[in-house]
Design a protein around this ligand. Structure first.
Ligand SMILES: Nc1ncnc2c1ncn2[C@@H]1O[C@H](COP(=O)(O)OP(=O)(O)OP(=O)(O)O)[C@@H](O)[C@H]1O
Length: 270
């Protein structure tokens, strides 16, 4: 079942050159894909390929210049008011830097209650219990609910970011380079957590990443972006095992350890 469908999503930015001359730059160029219920779709590509801009558009943090976005069968491209609030209850984002996305002056309890309150909902067992329950779900000590973000490590802060995304019971969680800034060992723990939460709750992920080794662990399907376009999209094993696009091959060749099978075949052909 299709949960989210992006059709020809396009984002053009107007930039100004050194002499003040206006120029238009197409960061995302007619990108189309769907996210199925319960799956993880990864979006990979080099820096500047348009991954984050795509993530921001499907999270409705940025309007597309052109194209449409459907969620749960409903056109949400220009959603406002109640429709937008409902969308925010279904689609949540986990950002790369937890410290800059968590308000440093708010306690974890307040941070974890904010999404529900925005929805005009009150947590059933009260705010404290709601925060503690979410902290437990993501492996944090619930006794620390009155602490501030700065009192946590990077990995723990990312767990708070993930707990906040879960607070409203979303159907889709967009992870925008959510593990990229973490040490490798912490990264592995967070990936494990993301996989466990998906098993428990059955939501979908759109997983934006540049680390293909991580993508291979977590995503059933992958979209490869280059210069604002999707150049390849398909089953992760298939795309990584037998890339059809030249750019995907270059991307994979940059980390030959990623797929011994593909690496072996690459060596055979060179
Ligand atoms: N607000 C903006 N105004 C002008 N150009 C922008 C803006 N936001 C992004 N861009 C440009 O759009 C292109 C795509 O950026 P985007 O951040 O989506 O790429 P990315 O694939 O996520 O890269 P990274 O992995 O480095 O985050 C880049 O060339 C970027 O400089």
């Amino acid at each position: 079942m299709t949960l989210l469908r992006a059709t020809d999503l396009t984002k053009r930015f107007v930039t100004r050159g050194p002499l003040g001359a206006k120029a238009e730059f197409t960061a995302v160029d007619r990108v189309s894909f769907e996210v199925r219920l319960g799956e993880t779709l990864a979006v990979v590509g080099e820096s500047g390929s348009g991954k984050s801009t795509t993530a921001r558009m499907i999270a409705k943090l940025m309007d597309p210049t052109e194209g449409t976005l459907e969620f749960d069968g409903e056109d949400v491209t220009h959603a406002k008011g109640e429709t937008l609030a409902r969308f925010r209850g279904n689609v949540q984002v986990v950002f790369q830097d937890p410290f800059s996305s968590l308000n440093p002056r708010h306690t974890v309890e307040r941070i974890l209650n904010a999404p529900l309150l925005y929805q005009g909902r009150t947590p059933k067992g009260g705010r404290r219990a709601h925060a503690k329950e979410l902290m437990e779900r993501v492996g944090l000590n619930p006794d620390h609910s009155l602490r501030y973000p700065a009192q946590f490590s990077g990995g723990q802060a990312q767990r708070i970011g993930i707990a906040r995304a879960l607070a409203v019971g979303p159907k889709l969680v967009i992870c925008d380079e959510a593990v990229s800034a973490l040490d490798v060992s912490v990264q592995a723990q967070i990936i494990e957590l993301l996989l466990r939460l998906q098993r428990e709750s059955g939501f979908s992920y759109v997983f934006i990443a540049h680390d293909l080794a991580v993508v291979r662990q977590i995503a059933q399907r992958v979209a490869v972006m280059s210069k604002g376009r999707i150049v390849e999209l398909g089953d992760t094993r298939q795309v990584f095992g037998d890339p059809q696009d030249e750019y995907t091959r270059t991307l994979l060749a940059a980390i030959p350890r990623i797929n011994p099978e593909w690496d072996r075949r690459r060596r055979e052909h060179t």
